[in-house]
Design a protein around this ligand. Structure first.
Ligand SMILES: Cc1cc2nc3c(=O)[nH]c(=O)nc-3n(C[C@H](O)[C@H](O)[C@H](O)COP(=O)(O)OP(=O)(O)OC[C@H]3O[C@@H](n4cnc5c(N)ncnc54)[C@H](O)[C@@H]3O)c2cc1C
Length: 436
């Protein structure tokens, strides 16, 4: 059986990994030169730093199995330790110690209405972590009941501004009035987890994946942009791709799309227009990430990140790692950021903007920059759609017209590395079934 996987981000890598476990030959198509998509590292001051997904939860079982198969790289503690601007005051929230004081702070931020509405959702995820997977039984019910409202409409302003927004901005790049209660469980699962990161960055893992030995086989086709997918009367699937300006086609028994929803829509416009229309309803929002090395430490061990409010373009600034208090990762997302920053903004201008917002709260005055790296992602974070599970059910009915075709990605089970692994595993199971 020949199988093509389109896209070599986490979803594509996970799909290829699960296909290879079934001893299948995989061709992995990637439009860019490098693999990894929204994960991956870039060189900076003699080391490599990660721009996209890097924090790995204790509950990331499938990703950790993959990491084990890639040579068991070392993890280091990352934690969840942040401060938040609340009406101009800095409020520290940390999972490290003082659970009672944190709970009291959170209760105050939520208000009575917020506690009443959020507590059952939190309990559902705490009792069974899998309810925090996008489209779980519990959150399907929440979606059916409440997704006629946005999160901003479902909850009171205080809870929205101080509790919900810091979460949606970080995880979906979206404001609470762009997110829906039925999808919030996948965010809560991330908030309730505790984090590590790979000590030497994601690139080591990507290299290990490239060189992984059998079962199965893997051919990585870099700089191969797939431009369409169609099915043939005999049951095979044809993909057309461009490489170095030359167009070619190839036939496969099975094809898995592992690219973001809106990019898949473009590939299906002619062959499956109704599926393409559904995919276009799934929202993605931009995010810009700058990693800046300062001469002296910017954060303290017990205060390693700062979240900002909706008035500025900067959503948060945090120490890159527990031992990297002089290396700051600035993240820009949300409505103000979208009007202030675009693909044409210069890194210098964006970093200066971030520093102006952060300077009153973190130690960057008289602390010169030594180096920086920057990345802008136009489709950075997925915020799904209202009644998302119904949209996905309908999508599956539409793509079933292409026998042997499957679509996975961050819009399936949630926008995290683990959710991409889960979705990829399910997609491989559906597409290959008992055939191998
Ligand atoms: C700034 C940021 C921070 C994050 N932090 C975390 C975190 O700490 N922990 C966590 O768990 N998650 C995190 N995430 C989320 C996680 O990184 C993403 O959900 C995940 O990387 C998405 O992977 P993907 O494979 O679905 O999509 P992508 O990474 O976008 O991969 C898609 C790939 O397909 C390729 N492609 C697209 N179209 C075509 C085509 N036509 N032909 C061929 N190739 C194509 C693209 O070039 C790309 O390489 C973060 C995300 C961002 C943006």
């Amino acid at each position: 059986m020949r199988v093509a996987v389109i896209g070599s981000g986490v979803s594509g890598i996970a799909s290829a990994f699960y296909l290879r476990q079934r001893n299948i030959e995989v061709d992995l198509y990637e439009a860019e030169e490098r693999i990894g998509g929204r994960i991956g590292s870039e060189p900076m001051l003699g080391r490599r730093v990660d721009f996209g997904g890097k924090n790995i939860g204790k509950h990331y079982r499938q990703f950790r199995e993959f990491a084990g198969a890639c040579g068991n790289p070392d993890f280091e503690y990352f934690g969840l330790n942040t401060s938040q601007l609340v009406k101009g005051h800095v409020l520290k929230i940390s999972k490290e110690g003082a659970p009672l004081s944190n709970t009291i702070k959170l209760l105050m931020l939520c208000g009575f209405d917020g506690v009443r509405k959020l507590y059952p959702l939190i309990r559902a995820v705490q009792k069974d972590h899998l309810q925090g997977v996008l489209g779980s039984d519990f959150f399907r019910t929440v979606s059916d009941r409440y997704d006629h409202l946005t999160l901003a409409e479902y909850l009171k302003e205080r809870c929205v501004n101080h509790v919900v927004r810091p979460i949606t901005i970080r995880m979906n790049g979206a404001e609470p009035d762009e997110c829906y209660p039925g999808n919030f469980g996948s965010n809560l699962a991330l908030v309730l987890d505790s984090y590590e990161q790979l000590k030497y960055g994601m690139h080591g893992l990507l290299d290990a994946f490239r060189n992984m030995e059998g079962p199965g086989s893997l051919r990585i086709l870099g700089k191969h942009q797939v431009t369409s997918i169609s099915n043939e009367p005999g049951g095979t699937l044809t993909i057309t791709c461009e490489h170095d300006g030359v167009s070619s086609t190839a036939r496969y028994d099975r094809v898995i799309s592992a690219i973001p929803a809106r990019q898949l829509a473009t590939l299906l416009d002619h062959s499956l227009p109704s599926a393409a229309a559904l995919l276009r309803r799934i929202r993605y929002y931009p995010v810009a990430v700058a990693i800046v090395k300062y001469r002296d430490r910017v954060f303290e061990q017990d205060r390693r990140a700062m979240m900002f409010d909706s008035t500025g373009a900067l959503s948060n600034a945090g120490a890159y790692g527990i031992n990297d208090l002089d290396l700051v990762r600035y993240t820009f997302s949300g409505r103000v950021s979208r009007s202030a920053i675009s693909a044409h903004s210069t890194p210098e201008a964006v970093i200066t903007l971030g520093e102006q917002i952060a300077a009153p709260y973190i130690s960057i005055k008289n602390n010169p920059r030594q180096e920086f790296a920057y990345r802008y992602l136009a489709e950075g974070l997925c915020a799904y759609s209202p009644r998302h599970h119904l949209l996905l059910d309908q999508l599956d009915r539409e793509i079933a017209y292409f026998n042997g075709f499957g679509a996975t990605g961050d819009y399936r089970r949630g926008a995290s590395i683990e959710a991409c692994f889960r979705a990829a595993g399910e997609c491989v199971e559906n597409v290959i079934g008992d055939a191998y």
